[in-house]
Design a binder for this molecule. Structure first.
Ligand SMILES: CNC(=O)c1c(C)[nH]c(/C=C2\C(=O)Nc3ccc(Cl)cc32)c1C
Length: 278
């Protein structure tokens, strides 16, 4: 029996993005707390709608501890809105956490940065394994798309939807927000590849430590220059040379020189986190 909107009680809005709203909801049948994303597809072309359907179907197949769990979807043709029902992440998004640390002038623990690096890498590994060939690449890896559950475990969200929601080639829709994490090859309009996600992940871990992206500028033209120059300030002193070195490798301009997902998972500090607790 397909779900209907009345099966859920809306509690509150927890996020607003270029796609629409994200709301905290309660499933009436068992009281389970979930979240749904409301996406209005009314102005989408047939191609974009088809992409949305295939991306949602892809999300359905992704079951991983570090990827936001998909539960269901409801299509309301009267309002041309799709409701994508997913797991609730009580800890919110990394973007809000970084902003809070900035306000409080407090750096995050290095151990947390390594944990986030490991868990997002495993999430990316899962996706690239699960859809071999037409590898699903995140394309929108940024702090606002990484969430934390009640135990502060990482949950990668919005997988693949970025492709659809920014599919429109118009400038306004293509460059939604400042592309701080865009790789040099993408800045040069070259093809996206799994090392582009590695660049974005390097930017994300850098920002988690420095509380600012590695590359910033007053406009997108200057940002492109900075990214292609590839120069960035070192991490703040509390962080180890080991973490600095790995992030520097992830931010190599030449994608070939960046570590692969497997390289990251073989790093000694990552392996330590994988070892069973004594
Ligand atoms: C201020 N908002 C929050 O703290 C917050 C909380 C408690 N949860 C979220 C976001 C999500 C959430 O809780 N579940 C989600 C599933 C998919 C996506 Cl793309 C986002 C979410 C947010 C943005």
């Amino acid at each position: 029996m397909p779900s209907k909107l009345s099966d859920y009680e809306v509690i509150c809005t927890i996020g607003v993005g270029s796609y629409g709203k994200c709301k905290k909801i309660k499933r009436r049948s068992d009281g389970k707390i979930l979240a749904w994303k409301e996406i209005n597809y009314g102005s989408m072309s047939e191609t974009e709608k088809q992409m949305l359907v295939s991306e949602v179907n892809l999300l359905r197949g992704l079951r991983h501890e570090f990827i936001v769990r998909y539960y269901d979807r409801i299509v309301d043709r009267n309002t041309t809105t799709i409701y994508i029902i997913m797991e609730y992440c009580e800890g919110g998004d990394l973007g809000s956490l970084i902003s809070r640390c900035k306000r409080e002038r407090k750096y995050l623990e290095e151990e947390f940065a390594w944990k986030v690096l490991r868990q997002i890498t495993l999430a990316l590994h899962e996706c690239q394994q699960r859809v071999k060939g037409s590898a699903v690449l995140h394309r929108d890896l940024k702090p606002a798309n990484v969430f934390l559950d009640a135990a502060h475990e990482v949950k990668l969200g919005d997988f693949g939807l970025a492709r659809v929601l920014h599919h429109d080639t118009s400038f306004a829709k293509t460059f939604v927000g400042t592309p701080y994490y865009m790789s040099p090859e993408l800045m040069d309009h070259c093809s996206y590849n799994e090392k582009s996600d590695m660049w974005s992940l390097g930017c994300l871990i850098y920002e988690l430590c420095s509380l600012s992206p590695p590359f910033t500028a007053i406009n997108q033209q200057h940002l492109a220059v900075k990214i292609k120059e590839g120069k960035f300030r070192p991490l703040p002193s509390p962080y180890s040379a080991e973490l600095q070195e790995l992030i520097s490798r992830m931010l190599k301009i030449d994608a070939v020189l960046r570590p692969s997902i497997e390289d990251i998972l073989k790093h000694s500090r990552i392996l330590e986190l994988s070892a069973p607790k004594k």
